[in-house]
Design a protein around this ligand. Structure first.
Ligand code: SAH
Length: 250
């Protein structure tokens, strides 16, 4: 396995890069790709930046230029279901581009001329991710944060969920917008800005992929003011913990 690891924000990627053994750097298309070993798994890590185009370009480059055989996208997302809370982990079962609408020519959400609206994540990768995430929340997460930090971010004990993630070129920070998406996409668990773009590229290249997101906000008007601090203090350590357990199941 040669794993492509995409993160959207620098804070999410820092810890991963520090763990990479014998790193080799290469810049192309305004992005730096760092290839090295993570517990016996060959990995290429890259920062996509935010949004669908950025994520799609990055995934394509990972496949075509770096020859990755699998892709994992790690990052943060807004909660889109009542059972999903800040600090929980969502693993995508399938992904949809919520801002794709070529109706009346094609059904809402369907990618024109591809005939797909929801892209299924790879079942084997996702199961392995779920096991890594579950072990992480049971064994590592409780010791990572102090009680004060937990209460500052209004976090309860983390849960791992598996379900639909919707992506679009829009930060969802409105209850009305969120309610509309939930109505249109039954079973929706989280919203973000990249996953379904990586999913489309992987579908087109026949590459297995998985998406794992730590919930950072409720995708409504109360999305935490302290977003960047959450990413640094919580999400980046969650990503690192889950990816480490994924690469070193032990
Ligand atoms: N409030 C933040 C915005 C970050 S959104 C800030 O001030 O910086 C950027 C990243 O977080 C994207 O990579 C996206 O995938 C993810 N994300 C987190 N919550 C989201 C939400 N509610 N809607 C859309 N994307 C979200």
């Amino acid at each position: 396995m040669h794993l492509g690891l995409i993160s959207a924000m620098e804070q999410e990627q820092t810890g991963l890069l520090a763990l990479l053994q014998s790193p080799r750097r290469e810049t192309c298309g305004m992005r730096e790709y760092v290839t090295g070993m993570l517990g016996g798994t060959r990995c290429t890590c890259v920062l996509s930046r935010w949004g669908k185009v950025a994520a799609a370009a990055t995934a394509t480059m990972l496949i075509e230029r770096f020859g990755v055989t699998h892709i994992l996208f790690t990052g943060v997302a807004g909660a889109a279901s009542r059972g999903v809370a800040v600090g929980d982990i969502v693993i995508a079962s399938s992904l949809v581009q919520h801002d794709m609408d070529a109706s009346p020519f094609f059904p809402r959400f369907e990618i024109p001329l591809l005939g797909v609206a929801q892209f299924a994540a790879d079942a084997t990768l996702s199961e392995r991710l779920a096991r890594a995430a579950q072990r992480f929340v049971e064994q590592d997460a409780p010791t990572l944060l102090s009680a004060d930090e937990r209460s500052a971010f209004s976090m309860r004990e983390a849960r791992v969920h598996h379900g639909i993630i919707a992506s679009g070129d829009q930060f969802i920070g409105s209850q009305a917008r969120l309610d509309m998406l939930r109505e249109q996409l039954p079973g929706l668990l989280a919203v973000e800005m990249e996953g379904a773009a990586v999913a489309q590229v992987c579908h087109e290249f026949g590459l297995p992929f998985g998406v794992v997101r730590t919930i950072s906000d409720d995708a409504n008007e109360h999305a935490p003011v302290d977003f960047m601090r959450f990413v640094e203090r919580v999400a980046s350590r969650y990503t690192l913990g889950i990816v480490t357990r994924f690469c070193m199941p032990g």
